[in-house]
Each structure stands twice: as C-alpha cells, then as structure tokens.
Design a protein. Structure first.
Ligand SMILES: Nc1ncnc2c1ncn2[C@@H]1O[C@H](COP(=O)(O)OP(=O)(O)O)[C@@H](O)[C@H]1O
Ligand SMILES: [Mg+2]
Lengths: 361, 328
C-alpha cells in the first residue's frame, strides 16, 4: 500500500481550478517532486496534504486512512516553508524542540533529540543562536531539522531552496539527498526548477495548470516526455512539425515536409497519419562539416544562425533550409577554444535513429 | 585594451565613486539627523527639563503666606511680613510627605487603580486588536478609525456622559438593581464609587492599549502560525507560544501608555468618584489649585515621577530578561 494516496483531488478558487482531478501515489521512503511553472497548483496541493486546505472533491489518504477530518496539527506530516517560518523569539534549539514539546515528550528525550537533529544538519554549535543570527543556508537547515526531528511520516518542502544563491543551492541539494537517504523519511518536494527536480528526485510529477502531465523517474521524464508541455518544460528541446508515415514497434518514419523524412524511436499508440512534432535534445544532435555523413538518414544541411558559449559547452542554433531552428551542443573539450563554427557557416546536423521522439499535438 | 581590463577599470572607478558617495552621505546624514532631531530636542529641553528643574527647586522651598512660594530671603524692611513666615530652603515638604501614612496610602491606591485599569484594558483590547489585525486590509483601517473616533468629541463631555449612564436614573442602574432586587440584594449606586472611577479610566484609556497592540500584531508573519500548527500546536498553544510572546513589546508599550496617564489622571475621579476616591492626580491638582501649597505639590509630583521611573525601569529589565530583545 502506498504511503500517500492522492485520489482524483480537485480544488477550485471561485471559477479558477487550481488543482484539477489529480491522482498521485507516493511510496514510503521516496523522494517525490512536484514540478511545474509558478501558479500551476503545487502549493495548493501541498497545503491540502498538510491539512491547511481541503479538496473540493477527491480524497487524500495517508497509510490508507482518509485525512479529511484530521486537522494539520494532528497529521503526521510536517512542512518546510519557503520562508522557513522559524520562530524569531526562540533559539535554534527551542525551534527544533517545538514539535517535540507539542507532542509532550519528556525533557531528557527532547534534549537528546535536538542535539541529534542539530548534528544531522551539521549545525552542532548553533543551539543557542536566534534565527536572526543565521545565514539563509543555516536557517534552511534549522527549518529542516525542525521538520524532521519528530520523525513525521511525510516531510513536505515548498520550494525550500528558492531563496538561496546558486552555489549554496547546489550544496543544499546534495545535503538534502543525503539527509533523506540517511533518515529515510518520505519527502514531497515542490519546485519550479527542472534541474533541481531532475537532480534530487526518485520520481517527478510534472504539473501544468492544475493537471499532472506525467509522473516518472527523472531519466524517463527527460528522455521520454509524454507531451509537448513536458518536453518543452524540462530541459531544452528542438521541435519540428511531423506526420507519421510508418509506425513499427522498433521505429517510426516521419514526414517532416520539404526536409524529407526522419526515423525516430518507436512508440506505442502511434499510427500512420498521426500529426504532431518530432522532438530532439541538443546534446543528441551532432554538428559537423557539411560533407561528413551526408549519406546517412536523419542528416540535414543548414547554416549556423547563432551560438552561445557557456563554458563547458557551446550551443549552436542551426537554421535548416525550411527555416526551422534546431539546437546542437558541442562540448568544448579543447581548452581555450570557444567555437568550431562561425555564424553563417554551412554545417550538417544529424542524430541517431533512436534519438528523436514523436509527440502528438 | 582588452574588454576585461576595461571592465575592471570602470569597476574600480565605480568603487571609488561609491566610497566618496558614502562619505558625503554620512556627512549629509548627520546634518539631516540634526535638523530632524534638533527642534524636538530643543522643545523638550525648554518645556520639560527646565520645568522639572524648577519643580525640584520648588519642592525645597516654603509655601508663601497666601499660597505660592515664600521669598527665598526675608525682605530687609517690611511691615507686612507676618511673624511665623519662614524663608530660604527646607526639607519641610518632604518631611510632611513622609510623616503621614495617608499619602503612602493614596499612592498605593492610585497604583492599584492604574494596575487594574491597565489589566482590564489589556484583557479587553487584546482580542479586539487581534480581530482587527486578522481582518481584511480595507476593513482594518475602518476598524482602527472606529477605535480612535471617540477622540473626536471632547474628553470631559464623554466623562459626563458616563455620569448619566451610571447615574441612579439610568436604564443601566434600573436594570442592575432590578436584577439585584430579584436576588434579594439591596440596591446599589453605581456613580461616585471606585467602580465608576475604574469604568471611566478604562473607557478613556482603552484606545491607547488597542493601537500599540494592533500595530504589533499586524506585523506578525501568518506563516509562523501555520508552522506552529503544522508542527502540532493546538489553537491555544499557538497563541501562548507564538502570538503572545511576539506581542509582548506591544503589550508593554500599551501598558505604559495606559498605566502612566492613569496615575496622573484627576478629571475622572473628580467627576465619577466619591469623596473617598481621591487619587494622586487629585492630590497634586489640589496642592496647586486648591490649597496652593506649591512645595508640597512639587514633592508629590516628584515622588510620582520617581515611582513611575522605577516601575518603567523594572518593566524594561523584566522585558529584556524574559523575552529577549529579539521579539519584534
Ligand atoms: N486562497 C486562494 N484564493 C484564491 N486563489 C488562490 C488561492 N490559493 C491559490 N490560488 C490560485 O491558485 C493557483 C495555484 O496557486 P499555487 O498552488 O500557489 O501555485 P504554485 O505553488 O504552483 O505556484 C494560482 O493561480 C493562485 O492564484
Ligand atoms: Mg507555490
């Protein structure tokens, strides 16, 4: 039985449907992420799990028990808020002790557990500080320790790293993964940053306008996006209009207009005549001198329209003969070399037969 | 020149500029501070420090024959000077204050009334301030306006209105006595009693408790209550462990704004109190306007100031040690 079962949950605000028939089931010990653009209903869903809000329809079950009549203070679920919400009049130790005191634990146990929690988040000497004496990253850790100290069944984290700068964020991401692994508590993590979701999660639910578009492991989400929204939202991807000519289990043959045809990976539920797009990730596109590989399938000529030097890689934007743009990534393995091709150069682009994917409109 | 180097140079210049800017700004800020803080400082010196010194000096002198003060030195030749009148400086007024337990009793009673008024105001104002601070934004301003609206009418008129409300012919008196009568208790008079004084004091000072409390409560981050609830706190625990400790600065300023004025208030006991309901305020007022014993009046005023300072100091010390300075 799943630890948390969200069954067909809907929540309206006036005419607006913030969460629209969402069903998710989360296993114990999972690091589960709700990913989606701002305003897609992530916080609303999280608040319903915590008990601050109730679904208009549908059910939320924890350990198989419907939570509808259980107020937030009675749910074995704790939240790490984006603003941390540390109590400003309490020391770090008192903040962390708060859930233990509320649960009526004896003083010796509270002291021991607080010390342990401070060790867990690597702040052993901060017990007597006040929140205003902490940096952003330290506050974040105290909030984590406070959420975890009473060993909830579920820890909800609403964009907890949103307020940190990039470097600290990366550090905290690694710590989060380790902490979750170590303590084994189920995390439901909310973010609008796709790189963060991919880096942290066991599974991701991609949300859009109150709907769940896809639930999968990060590599599946990235490699096999189920629709155009997911493909576009996660990572970079180039798309061109396509119509299915031939559909075999191993491959598809697509008509991409005047450019001719491409071969892509096979996909269930696709039949000849279907319309949609062919999508390909930049790192799967090989860019080369025009003469190389001209005999291959999935090979097209174009001119370099623009390029972006990012440091480790350079992204080339290649304009094909029909005006479509396609992105190709080239690693800068030779130091000091920023570019192999200049704007206006004639180049060839190609990709493996199983690299491209077909997405229905 | 390479792009990077150029960039570095302009950055350096910007830093220099910023530094100069900071120096200029601090000088300007000092000037601005002086202009902003200067006038009130001068005002307070002239109208608070100087009068206080005059009052202290007055407390060491003899009362004049017909009130006011006796001259410091006896006139060289004067037929009008009566025999017993004394001149110069003396501790007589202080001796007089400490020689009669009556004054200590009046002090004590005044402090008791002030404390009771403060406590009642706090208990009444807190829920109201909480309600206002948790209302919708546009309603909040309206409610604050309603709280201060009584100030639009004259203070004495409002106190006289209470004379009528508490008077023997009022509906309230009839109602209370009807209830008491039904219970077999002899009728009571509400007016000219310590009860009436307390009602008046609370009525007059309630807004001074509501406003600082509201100002404080309105600033609380609602996420803190969510966090407390999320971590297992019941409604009661959320109040006592989060809202209340965070509101203590508001409680203390509200208490100061009620307690201190109540101590000096003479109009309310004058109008609503009986003959036995004299407080320090009445006593002091009497020394200056009735008995015209200025030195003794000054002694009373000084004692009152000292007592208030002692209490304020104690409260500040208590606030710092109990809550920490962090609670905002
Ligand atoms: N209490 C509320 N009243 C009205 N609308 C709300 C309320 N809470 C959220 N919404 C709306 O629901 C939508 C989803 O909000 P939210 O769940 O906060 O999105 P996210 O966390 O994904 O950014 C938004 O359009 C928001 O304006
Ligand atoms: Mg949100």
């Amino acid at each position: 039985m799943a630890l948390l079962e969200i069954r067909d949950v809907t929540r309206h605000f006036g005419d607006y449907t913030a969460v629209d028939h969402v069903s998710i089931s989360i296993e114990a010990g999972e690091f589960f992420t709700l990913l989606g653009p701002s305003g897609c209903g992530k916080t609303t869903l999280l608040r319903m799990i915590a008990g601050f809000d109730l679904p208009d329809s549908g059910q939320i079950l924890l350990d198989g028990e419907d939570m509808v009549g259980t107020p937030p203070e009675k749910r074995p679920v704790h939240t790490v808020f984006q603003t941390y919400a540390l109590f400003p009049h309490m020391t770090v130790a008192d903040n962390i002790a708060f859930p233990l005191r509320m649960a009526g634990k004896p003083p010796q146990e509270i002291r021991a557990r607080v010390t342990e929690a401070l060790d867990d988040v690597r702040l052993p000497s901060f017990a007597n500080r006040f929140p205003h004496e902490l940096s952003g990253g330290q506050k974040q850790r105290v909030a984590l320790a406070r959420g975890l100290v009473n060993r909830p069944r579920l820890l909800l984290l609403d964009e907890p790293l949103g307020a940190l700068d990039a470097k600290l964020r990366e550090e905290m991401q690694i710590e989060l993964i380790n902490l979750q692994k170590e303590i084994g508590i189920t995390f439901v993590f909310v973010t609008h940053a796709q790189d963060e979701a991919l880096a942290l999660s066991h599974r991701i639910a991609v949300m859009n306008r109150g709907n769940v578009e896809q639930i999968d492991e990060p590599s599946k989400i990235y490699g096999f996006p189920r629709n155009r929204f997911v493909a576009d939202f996660i990572g970079k991807i180039s798309m061109m209009d396509a119509q299915v000519m031939e559909a075999a289990p191993s491959h598809l043959k697509l008509d991409i207009g005047e450019l001719g045809e491409v071969i892509t990976a096979g996909k269930e539920g696709v039949k000849p005549g279907d319309k949609g797009v062919m999508a390909i990730r930049p790192e799967q596109v090989r860019i080369s001198h025009p003469s190389n590989g001209a005999q291959l399938k999935n090979h097209f000529l174009g001119t370099v329209h623009d390029f972006l030097y990012i440091g480790d890689v350079t992204t080339y934007i290649v304009e094909l003969s029909n005006g479509t743009h396609i992105e190709a990534l080239l690693p800068n393995s030779a130091p000091g070399r920023a570019t192999f091709f200049e704007v206006g150069d004639l180049v060839g682009v190609s990709w493996r037969h199983d690299a491209g994917i077909f997405l229905h409109d | 020149m390479t792009k990077k180097a150029e960039q570095g140079r302009t950055e350096g210049r910007a830093e220099e500029r910023a530094e100069v800017g900071i120096k200029e700004r601090t000088a300007r800020q000092r000037m601005a501070k002086f202009f902003v803080a200067g006038p009130p400082l001068v005002f307070l010196t002239v109208f608070f420090v100087v009068p206080s010194l005059i009052m202290i000096a007055t407390s060491f002198r003899f009362p004049g024959e017909f009130g006011g003060l006796a001259p410091i030195a006896a006139p060289v030749v004067s037929a009008h000077v009566s025999q017993g009148l004394e001149y110069g400086f003396t501790l007589e007024a202080y001796q007089f204050f400490f020689s009669d337990i009556l004054y200590a009793k009046i002090f004590l009673k005044s402090f008791a009334v002030a404390a009771a008024t403060t406590l009642i105001c706090l208990v009444m104002a807190y829920p109201l301030a909480l309600l206002i601070s948790r209302s919708k934004k546009h309603l909040r301003n309206l409610m604050v306006l309603l709280v201060v609206l009584p100030f639009a009418s004259n203070f004495l008129i409002r106190i006289y209105a209470w004379m009528i409300i508490l008077g023997p012919e009022s509906g309230l008196s009839y109602f209370i006595n009807a209830v008491l009568g039904a219970l077999g208790i002899t009728p009571i008079t509400l007016l000219f009693s310590p009860f009436a004084v307390l009602v008046g004091m609370v009525y007059v000072h309630l807004p001074f408790m509501v406003l600082p409390l509201y100002t404080n409560l309105e600033k609380h981050d609602p996420a803190l209550l969510d966090a407390a609830q999320d971590l297992g706190a019941t409604r009661w625990q959320r109040f006592w462990r989060v809202t209340w400790p965070l509101s203590l600065p508001g409680v203390f300023s509200g208490a100061a704004l009620v307690f201190i004025p109540v101590l000096g208030m003479f109009a309310v006991p004058d109008i609503l109190g009986g003959t036995g309901d004299i407080l320090i305020g009445n006593l002091i007022k009497d020394q200056f306007l009735g008995t015209r014993d200025w030195p003794f009046g000054s002694v009373l005023a000084i004692m009152l100031t000292l007592a208030v300072l002692a209490i304020a100091g104690l409260a500040a010390w208590f606030a710092r040690s109990a809550v920490g300075q962090r609670a905002t």
